[in-house]
Design a protein around this ligand. Structure first.
Ligand SMILES: Nc1nc2c(ncn2[C@@H]2O[C@H](COP(=O)(O)OP(=O)(O)OP(=O)(O)O)[C@@H](O)[C@H]2O)c(=O)[nH]1
Length: 466
């Protein structure tokens, strides 16, 4: 799906249609990746992430890939060097005019500038190009908006979107708003509406913040109760478009946490996962990561990402068929580091899942399988099902590696002990030994084992085979 060569892409997109034809209803778009001269002191890097430098070409490809991911019709794309950023328009006057020509020629409705723009710059460029302009943050919000429609972090996305929109309500709206409705960049108020809209936005922002606080509290409560039902937690993370949701759905089927209706409704991205040898886990899907994720957006997604911080096992889903897979990996690890998760220090807690194996040719797939084995990763295809058995076995193995299987005989008068065990350990099986005595085979985490030894007496705990 992602282009490897924007020129190639441009050719493909350009084929077979007149410029003014918009039969498929997709938005004609030009993508510009400004390359700032680092000596100017304002590099093109975003805030918040310590990621390795990408080449201008790679940056452009990524921006085009993101535009395609939200189904824009990318007509033209290019990297544009900027020796000296201009406060009013970012680009110099000559460049602004040159790009206006490109926009006109392609009859583009939207220009994506893969760089942060001030509201003033955005407005001036919109006037100069007579097209809608979306900057890096705006583009990321559209991607998240897309994820939002699929139930990921809905409130957080809306909040981030509104805050961004509010800061940009000064612009002169082009004819496009009047033609199209909707939540995204092509939806918005008319000029006379600005004051009303600003007030409505502020109200909605306040309300969402309240709702989010409530969701957060509920999540925290549910995490607590989930910990009492002692299923280990698995979190899926990965670059946007890596295939997290597809894998999530394939792995879990439609198995929603039924006994947890409220939570399941509030957050459809947490489900139960049945593992091959009978153990169970809960698995959560998260919003995709993107390079140069502005720190404000990271903050907006904290509630979702808390699931990741609490997880016993983090599955890092990678699109192994994407040429940018390695730099995406570095970006994701950067976000994990921002969340305080040290991937080097806790190798057991992180498992890389190399997805989209079906897109590789047989030779590349064999090579990837060898590399995966060498790096302790699992090669899969969420679509074809390739490698999923192995993945589930590995998940179970990793989760159980830390946990010990024990047997304990519980006397009839030990109701409190029995309750504690059911609340804190996974009971694999039970056998009636007669006279009210029950033998429990349990799986217990190291931190719970010490407590159990104290409560029950260490001598009564017998190690058991899996
Ligand atoms: N060929 C192939 N396509 C896949 C595979 N897994 C996912 N996809 C496709 O990749 C695209 C992105 O998949 P998603 O599951 O939405 O990706 P995601 O990581 O959840 O994306 P975000 O929500 O943006 O973070 C979809 O078009 C999927 O159909 C796979 O194993 N093989």
């Amino acid at each position: 799906m992602r282009p490897t060569d924007p020129k190639e892409l441009k050719r493909k997109k350009g084929q077979g249609g007149r410029k003014d034809a918009r039969a498929d209803g997709r938005v004609r778009t030009v993508v510009v990746a400004p390359i700032l001269d680092k000596k100017s002191g304002k590099g093109a890097r975003g805030q918040g992430l310590d990621t390795p430098e990408r080449s201008p070409q790679a940056r452009l490809e990524e921006a085009v890939g993101l535009a395609l991911a939200i189904d824009l019709d990318v007509r033209e794309s290019g990297a544009v060097p900027i020796p000296q950023p201009k406060p009013a328009t970012l680009f110099g006057t000559g460049k602004v005019e040159e790009l206006a020509g490109v926009v006109r020629m392609e009859d583009a409705e939207l220009v994506i500038v893969d760089h942060p723009l001030t509201p003033v710059q955005q407005r001036n460029l919109e006037t100069a190009w007579n097209a809608k302009v979306l900057d890096r943050t705006g583009l990321i919000l559209e991607i998240f908006g897309d994820a939002r429609a699929r139930g990921k972090g809905a409130l957080q996305v809306e909040l981030a979107h509104l805050v961004y929109q509010k800061s940009r309500l000064v612009r002169s709206w082009t004819h496009l708003e009047r033609q199209r409705g909707g939540f995204g960049f092509l939806g918005g108020p008319g000029e006379t509406q600005i004051e009303t809209d600003r007030r409505l936005l502020s109200e909605r922002i306040v309300n969402i913040r309240k709702e989010l606080e409530q969701v957060r509290r509920t999540r925290a409560l549910h995490r607590k109760s989930r910990r009492r039902v002692p299923y280990p937690a698995v979190a899926l993370v990965g670059y946007t478009n890596a295939g997290k949701s597809t894998l999530f759905n394939t792995l879990t089927g439609a198995e929603v946490l039924a006994q947890d209706i409220l939570f399941a409704t509030l957050d459809p991205t947490i489900r139960r996962l049945a593992l091959p040898n009978g153990s169970k886990a809960v698995v959560s899907d998260t919003v995709g990561f993107i390079s140069d994720l502005p720190t404000t957006l990271i903050a907006a997604f904290r509630a979702t990402l808390e699931e990741v911080q609490q997880a016993d096992l983090i599955l890092h889903v990678r699109d192994i068929a994407d040429p940018a897979s390695a730099s995406q990996r570095a970006d994701v690890n950067g976000v994990l580091a921002d969340l305080g998760i040290d991937t080097e220090a806790e190798p057991d807690r992180l498992l890389e899942v190399w997805n989209k194996a079906d897109l590789l040719d047989p030779v590349a797939r064999e090579h990837a399988a060898n590399e995966a084995a060498r790096h302790g990763a699992i090669l899969v295809s969420a679509v074809s099902g390739f490698g999923l058995d192995l993945l589930l076995t590995e998940i179970e193995g990793r989760l159980n590696r830390r946990r010990q299987t024990l047997e304990i005989a519980v006397q009839p008068q030990e109701g409190a002990l029995s309750n504690w065990i059911y609340e804190n350990c996974e009971v694999i099986s039970r056998a009636d030994l007669g006279e009210g005595v029950t033998s429990l085979r349990i799986r217990v985490a190291p931190e719970k084992r010490d407590r159990l030894a104290r409560v029950a007496g260490a001598a009564r705990l017998n190690s058991a085979a899996e």
